[in-house]
Design a protein around this ligand. Structure first.
Ligand code: FES
Ligand code: FES
Length: 421
């Protein structure tokens, strides 16, 4: 049994719903069942769609990059049944029953695969666009037990020539691969992040991946009726604590009224109240040249008036292919000056918004929650929800606050270190 098979053993085998015809038209929807990073998924896509688009758009696995879409650059390299393959050259329908591993399956930011660690240690990336392809290609190269990692360093340039680096950072990449080969004479460790989880497509309006027995055909551009939170590690986590002068009951009144709550969210607008504590809305976030307008759905899944605690699941998508999902917990409790409002959130980002990176996404989200807390306080104090600005946060303001907050944290860290000496 290969390491790959070993890591994903136990995942339910993908189901093929029905015997399919031998020929279908290019635009005809076909059901495809496969295992991706240890998760059994079923998607319904036109027969002409290639695997990379299914991974990126339908399963939200945007780590697989697309460069040429002609099989030349290797950016889209993934493992199909344990062997490297160009995801832009494979129709998804050819992957029925296959076991796919993408760069997301290799490791997580907190538990990186040795190859990822080595790329970082040897500066094996500049812009990073080729990195997923390089990682999966080098994984395939070294993944043959002791024979795989016995490769001579001088063979690497040719063996790794299937992926092109536009930044021409080959020396660091080759040094990283050689380092991993030398450190693992008994064979390359398997992928570290293959497990059963929920996968959510880019664009909340086109959630297309389902798993196991929940599988159902999914159409294009169907507005979601339920919020789906992906499994695995979030892109960013936020924990904000704000002290408000308003009494806790008044603060809870604002949180408990979703219309008032939405007005307190910077740039957010409630569009429609749906049954069962579901809400449809839109939100605008601007940061530098990136301006995102999200259409989305929120679902209040817990509301405890006695404890002044609520949990909201939200998902949104913008026309440019960015998608966010969030699991938000709000808790108001009596504090020394009135109320302590806590907001904890797990944020999942994909598409353009993911360019923000974990740190920046966390900082921006933190700042938005702080603005939210200020607006809640104002509403609780005045009882007037219309006085809260509903426009998007200013990019300049946001950046200035961000720089200030980082400088403050750096000074605090420096003081802490000085104090402990
Ligand atoms: S995008 Fe697939 S080889 Fe270039
Ligand atoms: S690091 Fe930029 S393309 Fe390779």
């Amino acid at each position: 049994m290969t390491q790959l098979e070993d890591r994903t053993a136990g995942a339910p085998p993908p189901r093929r719903p029905d015997p399919r015809p031998d020929r279908v038209a290019a635009g005809e929807l076909v059901e495809i069942a496969m295992t991706v990073n240890g998760t059994g998924v079923q998607v319904s896509v036109p027969a002409r769609v290639h695997l990379a688009d299914v991974l990126r758009d339908h399963l939200g696995l945007t780590g697989t990059h697309l460069g040429c879409e002609h099989g030349v650059c290797g950016m889209c390299t993934v493992l199909v049944d344990g062997a490297a393959a160009r995801a832009c050259l494979l129709f998804a329908v050819q992957c029925e029953g296959a076991e796919i591993v993408t760069v997301e399956g290799l490791g997580t930011p907190d538990d990186q695969h040795p190859l990822q660690q080595a790329f970082s240690a040897h500066h094996g990336l500049q812009c990073g666009f080729c990195t997923p392809g390089m990682l999966m290609s080098s994984y395939d190269l070294l993944d043959a037990g002791p024979e795989g990692t016995a490769i001579a360093p001088e063979e690497l340039p040719e063996q790794m020539s299937g992926v092109l680096c536009r930044c021409t950072g080959y020396r660091g990449i080759l040094a990283a691969v050689a380092d991993v080969a030398a450190r693992h004479p008994d064979g390359l460790p398997g992928p570290r992040n293959c497990a059963e989880r929920t996968l959510v497509g880019r664009g909340g309006a086109r959630a297309t991946a389902t798993r196991g027995d929940d599988a159902a055909p999914v159409g294009e551009a169907v507005l979601p009726t339920e919020v789906r939170i992906p499994g695995g590690a979030p892109s960013a986590t936020v924990e904000v604590r704000s002290e408000l002068a308003a009494p806790v009951e008044k603060v809870w009144e604002v949180l408990d009224d979703f219309d008032a709550l939405a007005r307190c969210l910077p740039g957010a607008e409630l569009v429609e109240v749906l049954p069962d504590d579901h809400y449809r809305g839109r939100a605008t976030v601007a940061l530098g040249p990136v301006r995102l307008s999200f259409e989305g759905l929120a679902h209040v899944v817990e509301r405890d008036a006695g404890e002044h605690r609520m949990r909201v699941l939200a998902q949104g998508a913008d026309a440019g292919g960015s998608a966010t999902q969030a699991d938000i917990r709000l808790h108001a409790e009596p504090g020394p000056g009135g109320t302590v409002l806590r907001a904890d959130a797990d944020l999942f980002l994909s598409g353009r918004v993911a360019q923000f990176g974990r740190a920046l996404a966390g900082d921006v989200s933190r700042r938005l929650f702080e603005q939210f807390a200020t607006a809640v306080e104002e509403t609780a104090r005045t009882g007037r929800t219309t006085s809260v600005p509903a426009g998007p946060p200013s990019a300049v303001r946001l950046l200035v606050d961000l720089v200030r907050a980082r400088a403050r944290r750096a000074v605090q860290r420096w003081r802490g270190r000085s104090g402990s000496r």
